[in-house]
Design a protein around this ligand. Structure first.
Ligand SMILES: Nc1ncnc2c1ncn2[C@@H]1O[C@H](COP(=O)(O)OP(=O)(O)OP(=O)(O)O)[C@@H](O)[C@H]1O
Length: 252
C-alpha cells in the first residue's frame, strides 16, 4: 500500500469536470510532480487531497492517505489531518501569512498545536533556523511585509513542516520568486522533503525536474502521460507533452 493512493478521482463544479477520473500513488518518501497548462486541473487535484475545495465542488472516487479514506471526511476531521498528517505550501506567501501578526507569533501558534498533540517542545528560532534563516530572532520579530519573498517562503515552509507531516503538497511554491531565490527555495524543499511524501504542482517542467523523479502530465482534467521525468522529457509520447517540453527548451 502506498502512502497516498488516489483512484478514479473526479471533481465537478456544476457541469464543469475539472478533474476527470485521475489516479496515481505516492510512496512514503516519494515525490510526484504534477505538470500541465493553466486550467488543466493540477490545483483542483491538490486541493481535493487537502480538503480545501469550495463547497460547490462535487468529489467522487477515492483518496487514501496512510490507509485512511479522505473523500467524504468532515471539515473537523480534515482540519485535524491538516494539522498532523498533511500540509500545503502555496505560491504566494504574502497571502498565506497573516499581514498583521509578527512571523514568530504565527509560527508559535503552529508550534503550540504541535506541542499539545506530541508533547514535544520546539522553539520558533530553531524552526526558522531549520529552514535556513540565518537571523531567526530578527525574522521572528518582523511582520511579513518587512521580509523578502524568499524569507517569507522559508517561514511558510517552516510552518508546513512543524508537525512533521507525512505528506506535503507544494502548489507552485516558487512561481512568485525571482530565479536566484527560486533555486535556493527548491534546494531547501529538496532537503526538507527528504523523509516524507510530496506532491509538487507546477506549470514549469524545469522546476519539477529539480525535485521530482516521477511526473504526471495533465490536460483538460485528465492524466495524459506519466513516468520518469527524464524519460518523459527525452521522449514525450503525448503531443501535448511534446509541446510542453518544446516550450521549456532552454530551461531544461
Ligand atoms: N471554484 C471553482 N468553481 C468553478 N470552476 C472551478 C473552480 N476552481 C477551479 N475551477 C475550474 O477547474 C478547472 C481546473 O482548474 P485548476 O485550478 O485545477 O487548473 P490548474 O491546472 O491548477 O491551473 P493554474 O496553473 O492556472 O492554477 C478550470 O477549468 C477551472 O476554471
Amino acid at each position: 500500500m502506498s502512502f497516498l493512493e488516489v483512484d478514479d478521482l473526479t471533481v465537478r463544479f456544476g457541469d464543469t469536470v475539472a478533474v476527470d477520473h485521475v489516479g496515481f500513488a505516492v510512496e512514503d518518501t516519494g515525490r510526484l510532480g504534477i505538470i500541465g497548462a493553466s486550467g488543466s486541473g493540477k490545483s483542483v487535484t491538490s486541493l481535493a487531497i487537502a480538503g480545501l475545495l469550495s463547497e460547490t465542488a462535487r468529489v467522487t472516487g477515492s483518496i487514501r492517505l496512510d490507509g485512511q479514506e479522505l473523500v467524504g471526511l468532515r471539515e473537523r476531521e480534515y482540519r485535524e489531518l491538516r494539522g498532523s498528517k498533511l500540509s500545503m505550501i502555496f505560491q504566494e506567501p504574502m497571502t498565506a501569512l497573516d499581514p498583521t501578526m509578527r512571523v514568530g507569533r504565527q509560527i508559535a501558534e503552529v508550534i503550540a498545536l504541535h506541542e499539545r498533540r506530541s508533547g514535544k517542545r520546539l522553539t520558533v528560532e530553531a524552526e526558522l533556523a531549520r529552514v535556513g534563516i540565518r537571523d531567526p530572532q530578527r525574522v521572528g520579530e518582523s511582520f511579513p511585509h518587512q521580509l523578502s519573498g524568499g524569507q517569507r517562503q522559508r517561514a511558510l515552509i517552516a510552518m508546513a513542516i512543524i508537525n512533521r507531516p507525512g505528506l506535503v503538497i507544494c502548489d507552485e511554491p516558487t512561481t512568485a520568486l525571482d530565479v536566484l531565490v527560486q533555486k535556493q527555495i527548491l534546494g531547501l524543499l529538496d532537503e526538507v522533503l527528504t523523509d516524507r511524501a510530496a506532491l509538487f504542482v507546477s506549470h514549469d517542467l524545469a522546476v519539477v525536474r529539480e525535485v521530482c523523479r516521477h511526473i504526471i502530465v495533465m490536460e483538460h482534467g485528465r492524466i495524459v502521460e506519466q513516468g520518469d521525468v527524464d524519460d518523459v522529457i527525452a521522449t514525450p509520447e503525448h503531443e501535448y507533452t511534446a509541446r510542453l517540453v518544446a516550450a521549456a527548451r532552454g530551461t531544461l
